[in-house]
Design a binder for this molecule. Structure first.
Ligand SMILES: Nc1ncnc2c1ncn2[C@@H]1O[C@H](COP(=O)(O)OP(=O)(O)OP(=O)(O)O)[C@@H](O)[C@H]1O
Length: 627
């Protein structure tokens, strides 16, 4: 029995279990706040299905699909339900790939159409009289390349799924899968039936951040197969932090909405704060709070919630350390000084540049943030930027596994990402020499990424390209070519050179960046760090970045003026910077099991205090200015 399955049933759990065992329409949306036990309910529902329907489902070779946001979250749910074959726990991408993989002819047709579409898009650029000459030349090159690919896919026997697309070699990328999957499901009744027959129950966790086209495709299946199929969403619209997420999932006629009013994670002091934050969004007020047993009786944990305002000067790091000292002295608790114990004290940093300096990736940060395209800047802080993906998902984990002698993990990664280990490549390889050379290449990669080696990120990429350790998409190949052709280091940031500046950074910086993404980024909490709850949480906020169109604490607290776009968004009732920042703030603050501290860096600390007193998220006696 794992801890989640062992938790007592709440009223919503009982209702859900009855519904799942019923014989009418069973679709549902479970929507509840932070720490309300949504993932717990999901895991318990899986266990209940196993008990009541497991035998029949297994006999029919059917599975219960449980789809969540990241690999880490997948592992977490697997940790709860075990490796039972009855449950197909996966990310959206791998779920979609399982479904569409057998439809190879349709995949080929899709790729052909996609290439034709791309050619038409480029042709349109050429035809426009105002297009610059350089752009026209580039467009013509692309048309030629896409044309070539159209002929090259002829001999491709079957399509596979890789990180980036490489159509000529039969590889579909991440974003292709996300387009094809929902399109196929929505457009083919056969596909809907296949899905419902194979997976008569589909649960989606973190539904607020799930791709909207996928949500719609699943709705269509639910409409088409109302009774023999059960679709359930678990989510919280106020925890949506990815721009592209679906947000609230509307329940259709006959669907049941299940709410969970309790919060089981946060102590009273934190619960009051997050309820006040949420009051400005959907107004949901959570009850109960974390309890502990004292003398045989359950009593609420009071905990603490404080806000510290510090001057935003060039001593930020030192000031943060002083603030921790202050907390330790106030509480007589040296735990505040123990930043190394990640389960006990968790720093969530929204001050990315500061984190970057502290963790040793200032240049990498500057390359992808300063004057960079929005997609790269926001992808940098949540680890989704296309240039960093191969490093986070494969290259760095592979080097770590090798260094730590985790051979099994190393092979798992190589099997998943290395084209040299694909069955077709293996079939023609001379096995003995082949494995030796693969090993040598991994060793070389380890050396390249050693501290002090001086290799640049571009050098590492050249190496993985030449050694064929990973399949790279065209965009990356093009970038590597540009990198090798550019001798001079680029100093001044500009939108066009962000990725090239990234390639020129020292590879060593990637390690600090990885640590940031895995441990300190508030997005990490959403991506399912184990449990995503910690005794002490320090949330550090600062608008130093100047990238204010995605998140801005200044705008949220009311000290920074809104832009015209912000005002227009608010007037039109659209998602605004303020809404997004509030949600991120809510996610961060709701991770604390005992003590929450929000550290705010401000140009004018007294003005900030006045504004925060007015906002009243924290009790007045809990707001301190530390000059
Ligand atoms: N029925 C319950 N009784 C007691 N504790 C519970 C119950 N359900 C969940 N918990 C505890 O509450 C905490 C939050 O649970 P869980 O992670 O499932 O919530 P969640 O709603 O998915 O969280 P979030 O949306 O904030 O990430 C965990 O510590 C869990 O053990």
């Amino acid at each position: 029995m794992t801890s989640r399955i062992g938790k007592p049933d709440t009223e919503s759990d009982t209702i859900l279990h009855e519904r799942l065992a019923g014989d009418g329409i069973r679709h549902f949306v479970m929507v509840a706040g932070a720490g309300s036990g949504k993932t717990t309910s999901l895991v318990k529902a899986l266990a209940q299905i196993e008990r009541t329907q497991g035998l029949t489902l297994r006999r029919n070779a059917q599975q219960v699909a449980c789809i969540t946001y990241t690999e880490v979250a997948v592992e977490e749910i697997r940790g709860d339900v075990g490796n039972d074959e009855l449950f197909h726990v996966s990310t959206i991408h791998s779920f979609l790939w399982t479904l569409i993989k057998p439809f190879q002819n349709n995949l080929r047709e899709w790729v052909i159409n996609r290439l034709r579409e791309k050619i038409a898009e480029e042709q349109e650029k050429i035809d426009k009289p105002r297009t610059r000459e350089a752009t026209k030349v580039h467009a013509a090159e692309l048309i030629e390349r896409y044309g070539r690919q159209l002929t090259e896919i002829g001999p491709v026997k079957s399509f596979r799924y890789g990180t980036g697309s490489d159509y000529s070699n039969g590889v579909l990328g991440h974003s292709d899968i996300l387009k094809i999957g929902p399109e196929f499901i929505a457009g083919h009744v056969l596909m809907q039936n296949v899905l419902a027959r194979r997976f008569p129950v589909v649960f989606v966790d973190e539904s607020q951040d799930t791709d909207p086209a996928f949500v719609d495709a699943l709705r269509q299946v639910a409409d088409a197969v109302p009774v023999d199929f059960c679709l359930g969403f678990f989510g919280d619209p106020v925890q949506k932090i990815y721009m592209q997420g679906a947000g609230p999932i509307l329940a259709e006629e006959g669907w049941r909405t299940l709410e969970k009013p309790e919060n089981f994670r946060c102590p009273q002091a934190v619960l009051r704060v997050i309820n006040r934050i949420r009051a400005e969004d959907d107004g949901l007020q959570q009850t109960r709070g974390r309890q502990m047993v004292v003398d045989g009786e359950e009593v609420p944990v009071e905990g603490t919630a404080r806000m510290l305002i510090l001057p935003a000067d060039d001593r930020r790091q030192a000031r943060l350390e002083e603030a921790c000292r202050w907390l330790a002295d106030q509480d007589g608790d040296e735990g505040w000084m123990n930043a190394e114990d990640e389960e006990a004290l968790r720093l969530l940093v929204l001050v990315h540049r500061m984190a970057a300096a502290r963790l040793g990736f200032p240049n990498l940060y500057s390359a992808l943030n300063d004057k960079s395209p929005e997609e790269l800047g926001s992808g940098l802080v949540d680890g989704t930027a296309w240039v960093v993906r191969p490093f986070l998902s494969f290259i760095l984990p592979l080097v770590l596994a090798r260094r730590e002698g985790r051979d099994f993990e190393m092979m798992r990664l190589l099997r998943k990402y290395c084209p040299r280990l694909r069955p077709d490549a293996l079939a023609t390889a001379d096995t003995a020499g082949f494995l030796d050379s693969l090993k040598e290449h991994v060793e070389e990669l380890v050396t390249l990424l050693e501290a002090g080696d001086g290799a640049s990120i571009g050098d590492v990429m050249c190496f993985v390209r030449d050694s064929g350790l990973v399949a790279l998409d065209e965009r990356y190949i093009e970038l590597i070519n540009t990198y090798t052709e550019t001798a001079e280091p680029i100093v001044d940031p500009a939108t066009e050179n962000a990725t090239l500046r990234f390639m020129q950074c020292e590879a060593e910086e990637l390690w600090g960046y990885r640590k940031y993404i895995e441990k300190m980024s508030p997005f990490a909490t959403q991506q399912g760090i184990k449990g995503a709850e910690f005794n002490k949480v320090i949330v550090v906020v600062d608008d130093q970045e100047g990238r204010t169109n995605t998140f801005s604490y200044g705008k949220y607290f009311g000290v920074t003026e809104l832009s015209d776009t912000d005002r227009a968004n608010i007037e039109a009732g659209k998602d605004s910077t303020i809404d997004r920042t509030r949600r991120l703030f809510y996610v961060c603050c709701s991770r604390a099991l005992t003590d929450l501290v929000v550290v705010v860096f401000a140009e004018d600390t007294n003005q900030m205090r006045d504004v925060l007193l007015q906002k009243a998220y924290f009790d007045p006696e809990c707001i301190h200015v530390l000059d």
